[in-house]
Design a protein around this ligand. Structure first.
Ligand SMILES: O=C[C@H](O)[C@@H](O)CC(=O)C(=O)O
Ligand SMILES: [Zn+2]
Length: 276
């Protein structure tokens, strides 16, 4: 079996506030997503978002069902977005090949039965949420993303948010995914911070040097904790938590959300003076 999974239960803010470093990392950090020759999933109880990695070698890796979905095929009641952060590869969906280059994303709708990940050196970051309708498989590229420029160099948060999933690119049931990249020297993401109680979020930090890390901030705005996150590690952000971070060097990250209201504007801003 080349598929493995673990389960993360939903943690409430009071429990999280009582956790030490090890417990915080066990519950909110995913540090083993990318293993050669395997598909790995972390199935969360936050909006039942599943976060995974697939690293094919010579042969293709098959998207196998996992026990927590309770379905014969992984996508019987789910949708998927696969993001390639490695060499160019191919994802085959029910016999149709899709070329997926670096930073391309492939949306795969509910009901796809046979999904295969291929490409020696390709590295797929996987996101999947429950779905109620089947939308067509669609390739999403950075050039087709909606770009929002935010921040400034004086506050070290100058960055561009690329909303790959947007009104013109693809229709999804729940998944909203994109990528944020920084101007040189800017290291702060999502500061000022925000929360969105109607959506969980996951971040994958990548493009970090081996000795660099992101000091990721989580928690309720007045009760924050940090996680040290290394290259190609992900964090899970519960709906009640801020999700912000500062790198010790350059990095890029992929953000993904699922939940009730998936409108980007449904966020509560946290004032700089409210953080504790
Ligand atoms: O709800 C939205 C997500 O947190 C990200 O879009 C935020 C982000 O990439 C940033 O501000 O740098
Ligand atoms: Zn957010």
């Amino acid at each position: 079996m080349s598929t493995e999974f673990d389960i993360r239960f939903a943690i409430d803010p009071i429990s999280a506030a009582g956790m030490g470093t090890g417990e915080l990392r066990e519950n909110f950090l995913i540090d083993d997503l990318f293993v050669a020759g395997q598909v790995r999933w972390t199935y969360t109880h936050y909006d039942r978002m599943a976060v995974g990695g697939a690293v094919p070698e010579a042969g293709a890796l098959v998207l196998e069902t996992i026990k927590p979905t309770g379905t014969a095929n992984f996508l019987d009641r789910r949708e998927l977005i696969a993001v390639n952060i490695g060499a160019a590869g191919t994802i085959t969906v029910d016999g149709v090949d899709h070329a997926v280059g670096l930073r391309d994303m492939l949306y795969v709708g509910m009901g796809a039965k046979d999904v295969r990940f291929a490409g020696n050196g390709a590295k797929y970051y996987l996101l999947s949420a429950p779905a109620h309708a089947s939308h067509p498989t669609t390739l999403l590229q950075q050039s087709g993303a909606k770009r929002l420029d935010m921040g400034s160099s004086t506050t070290a948060n100058e960055r561009s948010i690329y909303q790959y999933v947007n009104a013109d690119s693809v229709k999804t049931c729940q998944l909203v995914v994109g990528l944020t990249q920084f101007a040189p020297g800017s290291v702060w993401n999502t500061m000022p911070a925000h929360v969105h109680d109607r959506r969980m979020e996951a971040y994958l930090y990548f493009d970090l040097q081996p000795d660099a890390f992101v000091m990721h901030l989580m928690g309720e705005p007045d009760e924050t904790r940090h996680l040290i996150v290394r290259n190609e590690q992900a964090i899970i952000s519960p709906p009640w938590s801020i999700h912000s971070g500062a790198g010790t060097g350059a990095y890029t990250f992929i953000w993904a959300m699922a939940g009730d209201n998936i409108d980007y504007t449904d966020v509560e801003k946290v004032g700089m003076d409210e953080l504790r």
